[in-house]
Design a protein. Structure first.
Length: 244
């Protein structure tokens, strides 16, 4: 009978409880005194363990006159306990998977200072995009030439055109006067008399990322998260649609 103890422990039946159940299977109807003799467990231990065995229906209590007798349930109970354990584990595994999947949804935020990291943002736009992808940009840059000369990677346009990336841009009227028209770029302009648009800040939405560049302080922030990127794209498209 001792060989079956690991099986019962596997379905979360404590070792001494398993010993009592197996002793009853071997001896059938038993009193507390008889169980003590069969198992070599202390009487106090048996009194402490029996309530759990009774509640879980591994053991059945019968009274005859003033005496109490304990019987083992059918080993089918082990199958039931195994199925319960499977269901419980399945639920736990799904909870763990849910935690894992939610980890992927949490935004990854990268904050950097200095101009080389601004250059990194422009490179990341190209590197993170697939061929024929579209990215979106809102820019209030005040000195277009300076940004092109100091921050834009030298091979930026070559790499961008090699991937045939299409882009939609919303910019200030001042920047629009300097930017040359390009076939793969759709531009909408913030009307000069509608809002002050000289913040010298740029936002790009690409792949599953949103990048913010503050040229005033030479700082950049990249937020990587599909849901947030999709949300920003919707806002961009809404604004773009309503601009002439």
């Amino acid at each position: 009978m001792k060989n079956f103890i690991p099986l019962l422990e596997w379905i979360w039946l404590p070792k001494n409880s398993a010993i009592i159940y197996l002793a009853l299977l071997d001896q059938w109807k038993s009193t507390i005194t008889e169980i003590t003799n069969y198992t070599s467990l202390h009487r106090v231990q048996i009194y402490r363990l029996l309530p759990f065995l009774l509640e879980s229906w591994f053991v059945i209590l019968s009274k005859s006159w003033k005496r109490k007798y304990y019987y083992p349930s059918s080993p089918d109970k082990i199958n039931e306990a195994y199925k319960e354990m499977q269901d419980r584990n399945k639920w736990s595994i799904w909870k763990l998977l849910d935690i894992y999947w939610n980890l992927n949804k949490k935004p990854i935020v990268t904050y950097n200072e200095w101009k080389k990291w601004i250059t990194h943002v422009f490179n990341d736009i190209i590197d993170s995009s697939k061929k024929w992808d579209t990215f979106f940009r809102i820019t209030s840059e005040t000195d277009v030439e300076k940004i092109n000369n100091e921050y834009l990677p030298k091979d930026y346009r070559e790499k961008r055109d090699k991937k045939d990336l299409e882009r939609y841009v919303i910019m200030s009227s001042n920047a629009a006067k300097i930017k040359r028209p390009r076939l793969e770029r759709e531009i909408k302009v913030i009307p000069e008399n509608s809002v002050e648009f000289k913040d010298n800040v740029l936002m790009s939405i690409y792949a599953n990322k949103i990048a913010f560049i503050d040229f005033n302080t030479e700082t950049s922030i990249i937020i990587e998260n599909k849901d947030i990127a999709d949300f920003q794209k919707k806002i961009f498209k809404l604004l773009y649609k309503n601009l002439k």
